[in-house]
Design a protein around this ligand. Sequence first.
Ligand SMILES: *Cc1c(COP(=O)(O)O)cnc(C)c1O
Length: 365
Amino acid sequence: MTDPILLTPGPLTTRPATRQAMLRDWGSRDPAFVALTAELRARLLAVAQGEATHVCVPLQGSGTFIVEAAVATLVRPSDRLLVLVNGAYGERIAAIARRLGRPVAVLRWPEHRPVEPVEVAAALAADPGITHVALVHCETTTGLLNPLAEVAQAVAAAGRALLLDAMSSFGAIAIDLRAVPVTAVMASANKCLEGVPGIGFALVAREALARAAGVSPSLSLDLHEQWRGFEKDGQWRFTPPVQVVAALVEALRQLEAEGGPPARLARYRENLATLLAGMRRLGFEPYLDEAVQAPIIATFRVPTDRPFRFAAFYDALAARGFLVYPGKLTEAETFRIGCIGAVDRRDIERLLAAVAEVAGAAAAA
Ligand SMILES: *Cc1c(COP(=O)(O)O)cnc(C)c1O
């Protein structure tokens, strides 16, 4: 059996060189690993042009851990966080803040509609107690792209701080920290960076992080202390996932070799265009308007004009070497197919051939 192709939002298909980078042991306090960590932090910062203003703080764990750490470290009990929600990941940020006992306000839009910057500006004008705003860049629930530049402008104009969950966009969709005012960008290794799962990281405005000593109620999820640790001796405070770090550094070298985020975005766009056109041809209706669709993951409605069971569809595609993803919507029956990872148009074309083969079988099952 060859490895399956993962058409998911992550963990996803990685290149052989990325997996190969994990085939050795590293001493976590050895100068070679300290150098690797320094390269990791520098490369991540460079992806978003944050060298002059931000610092990179990697953290063990999945993406949710870094979001929780950033909220815990940057939002004080006396602050108030406004969460902009149009999907499950926005809801998760609000849940994190509530669990941490931080005051939270929520502004919601339907899952198929982008966050509306004018409404954000109005909410900030109406409530001077709000100190921070949280936005999900690409809402992976649907694959919708929220208008980062416009929201960041509205938040900065009101003098508030923006926390950006860029988990499923970082590395492909440009975030230029020289031009877009964001206090903290959170992302993880295993999405558009095409690394393996096990670390998240935040790019945090140096001044905001320097002021955040003692704010986090959690020891392990304290980004200020995690940063101080790196600044002191270049080492991780607690056991780092050394192989995951090695794989991510290799993946970042490959990102550079591919031509950086613009080249990666172009490949993902081609994947998405091929996928949408092919699925439409096969009678599957995309859930989102193309105008708000990011080239990250596409959501399709479960067909209603014929019997269709997602479980049977999934199994039949898996048997042909393709792993797709269930839906996560509250209001419509859907499933998802990712466009990211070490896959290109030819992989999507092979997937479409498999879908054509199995769609009838899934209907009958
Ligand atoms: C993947 C993802 C996360 C983090 O999820 P984990 O399962 O903890 O890695 C957070 N936000 C968004 C938008 C994501 O796509």
